[in-house]
Design a protein around this ligand. Structure first.
Ligand code: CP
Ligand code: NVA
Length: 312
């Protein structure tokens, strides 16, 4: 069974197919093939969501399928039914399962026991659906006709703030996969961890990212400036300490001025204006945050369609 738990679960060739398909789905939104016809897909949430929940629910529907939205707390999972049994039971009803949860081992366990494709809708470790939407958003600009992944090569991404987060890990993994340069900047204690280095090694990808405590160094001549919340879901207990430590890494117009003049500002959202980014930057012409949000729909439809194709 072909799952999508991390960026490299598609080869480069398959990833190109996903972006090409996302472009087709976007340009003919109400008038395209429906590869999920007569299928039902579960969307299982252990955490809050606006974009992931809505884009998958709408996406399954637009592909001709029926979305079944589930919550860990009001299923028997919340009362201790094992992941193994839950995955086996769900596989008897559903044709695919999207999961947003805490530990990455939870989506891995679902995938190990399910007989249907599992898609990672965010874990504490990574957020690959967001990255495919973000890369598609860039490809629409770098090569609007072909959305050619080759046009990502050599682009410099600056990632600021919590460099130990799911979004930082996904950017590190994607940069290595697609040949982009990535410079991360954040405070000590929030550096990329061993898990992402092990994930790169497992894929045979070089550990090519840099980490600095100086925001300006990271942003210098960047093509893309990316940030995310300073307090991710599950980190609320250390909110005050995180906000104090990360204050020097707020993306301001002054900082953006160090990037290339045509650099894009990106954020997976939700944003906290005045914390990780200023309102001025969020509202600036360089900001492409709402295109990223929209593209969750088109990219995830393409991911689901590709998995259906690969799983025959
Ligand atoms: N970016 C993202 O995943 O948003 P949600 O938490 O609203 O799903
Ligand atoms: N890092 C954030 C991303 C939200 C989409 C979190 O995990 O809460």
């Amino acid at each position: 069974m072909h799952h999508f738990l991390k960026e490299t679960d598609f080869t480069l060739e398959q990833a190109q197919d996903v972006f090409t398909l996302a472009k087709q789905f976007k340009s003919a939104r109400q008038n395209h093939a429906q590869p999920l016809s007569m299928q039902s897909w579960g969307l299982l949430f252990y955490k809050s969501s606006t974009r992931t929940r809505i884009s998958f629910e709408v996406g399954v529907n637009e592909l001709g399928g029926f979305p079944v939205v589930l919550n860990s707390q009001n299923t028997q999972i919340g009362r201790g039914e094992t992941i193994e049994d839950s995955a086996k039971v769900m596989s008897r009803y559903l044709h695919g399962l999207v999961i947003r949860t805490f530990g990455h081992e939870i989506v891995e366990a679902f995938a190990a026991h399910a007989t249907i494709p599992v898609i990672n809708g965010l874990t504490d470790f990574n957020h690959p659906c967001q990255l495919y939407a973000d890369l598609f958003t860039l490809l629409e600009r770098y090569s609007p006709n072909a959305v050619d992944i080759a046009t990502l090569r050599g682009k410099k991404v600056a990632f600021l703030g919590d460099c130990a987060s799911n979004m930082a890990n996904s950017w590190i993994h994607s940069a290595a996969m697609f040949g982009m340069d990535i410079a991360l900047a954040g405070p000590e204690g929030f550096t990329p961890g061993q898990a992402i280095d092990e994930a790169l090694a497992a894929d045979g990808l070089a550990k090519a990212y840099t980490f600095t405590n100086d925001a300006k160094t990271a942003v210098q001549d960047a093509d893309i400036v990316y940030t995310d919340v300073w307090v991710s879901m599950g980190d609320e207990g250390a909110a005050a300490q995180r906000k104090t430590a990360m204050t020097p890494f707020q993306v301001t117009s002054k900082l953006m001025a160090l990037a290339k003049p045509d650099a894009y500002f990106m954020h997976c959202l939700p944003a906290h204006a005045g914390e990780e980014v200023s309102q001025e930057v969020l509202d600036s012409p360089q900001s492409i945050i709402f295109d990223e949000a929209e593209n969750r729909l088109h990219a995830q439809k393409a991911i689901m369609a590709k998995l259906v194709e690969l799983n025959g």
